[in-house]
Design a protein around this ligand. Structure first.
Ligand code: AVJ
Length: 334
């Protein structure tokens, strides 16, 4: 028999797509683990970012509204803890509405440094803010805020204030959250303050509803991962046979989001075969919830001293101001 050339499927994955950290590589790695998982950072393609924007406006999704109400109500008190002439560094610049509360209240800020992985998004955002706040130097940094990055030279001699809203810290396992806070302290430096938004443990019904909205937007946000894998990785997920599951895990005080297979099936993803049992899930997100004390305890363990904390009237959400009293690492001298 004549050897036949292996047919290249239309969706064969080129070696460069399997680069470490790429969507293809991380999807295959996560789907071949037990239990199956996918990192939540892949939610945010343009469809996913739009769906997330819609989530923030849902009646059931309280975090965004609660955090904004705290920031608006307490802007002056928060601003009073930010030294004059400071640089405000935002980790993962998302909603400029939240940022504006601080830019408006802390009127003598010298610089604003949004740090985000998407350079396009950053430039568009910086251009808008430049017009509105001509006296604040807008110095975007394109970087993954979870990794070590250098601040722009221009802020080297300014006092620093960090901003990490949205309870994004909840996506991290608590030990990873501690590593993140320590790293942020090293970047911001000794004496820096950090404004951190953190979702609180509360009535389970409220938590469960926030991730199971009646309009199905959160379900669409979750399932968009399958849509993305089909489109970008040549996967063949049958969308109708996966269901959105989200629930509060009381022991681990976190919301878990999963995509559950409604049948026994085999799926192809980036050249790999993945089998599902009936009911087997892909774990797509954790959203840890804290108490005020548990967050402060975590922060203290890595060199941050709590200065103040505020909640909304229902005590659903918290905004902390921490001060770094640990050790800083300086930019190496050229
Ligand atoms: C952006 C990670 C804070 O955990 O509440 C919203 C993401 N997932 N609904 C959250 C999310 C489902 C959100 N964070």
């Amino acid at each position: 028999m004549r050897p036949t050339a292996l047919a290249r499927s239309r969706f064969s994955i080129e070696p460069d797509q399997l680069e470490a950290g790429s969507f293809a590589a991380e999807a295959v790695a996560g789907l071949t683990k037990i239990p199956k998982r996918l990192p939540p950072k892949f939610f945010y393609d343009s469809t996913g970012s739009d769906l997330f924007e819609r989530i923030t406006a849902l009646p059931e999704y309280y975090p965004t509204r609660c955090e904004l109400s705290i920031l608006r109500e307490r802007a002056d008190e928060i601003a009073a803890l930010i030294p004059s002439g400071a640089a405000l560094i935002e980790f993962g610049s998302g909603s400029s509405m939240k940022t504006r509360t601080l830019l408006d209240a802390a009127r003598d800020l010298a610089a604003y440094v949004p740090v985000d992985i998407s350079a396009e998004f950053l430039d568009a955002q910086a251009a808008n803010l430049r017009q509105e706040y001509p006296s604040i130097a807008m110095l975007p940094v394109a970087a993954d805020f979870g990794t070590a990055f250098y601040l722009p030279e221009a802020v080297a001699d300014m006092p620093r204030a960090g901003f990490f809203p949205g309870s994004t810290i909840g996506n991290l396992e608590p030990p990873e959250a501690a590593v993140f806070l320590r790293q942020a302290g090293k970047i911001l430096g000794t004496g820096a303050v950090f404004v951190v938004g953190v979702d609180l443990i509360k009535d389970e019904k409220v938590l469960n509803k926030a991730y199971n909205d009646s309009a199905g937007v959160t379900a669409a946000f979750n399932r968009n991962l399958l849509v993305r894998m089909n489109r970008e990785l040549g996967a063949d997920f049958d969308l109708a046979s996966f269901e959105h599951h989200a629930f509060f895990n009381r022991e681990l005080h976190r919301i878990e989001m999963h995509l559950a297979s409604l049948k026994r099936q085999r799926v192809q993803v980036a050249g790999a075969h993945v089998t599902f049992r009936v009911g087997e899930t892909i774990h797509t997100e954790n959203s840890y919830k804290y108490t005020i004390e548990s967050l402060q305890c975590l922060a203290r363990s890595v060199g941050w001293t709590p200065l103040n904390v505020w909640t909304d009237s229902k005590k659903y959400f918290s905004v902390h101001v921490l001060k770094f009293t640990g050790e800083a690492v300086r930019r190496p001298q050229q």
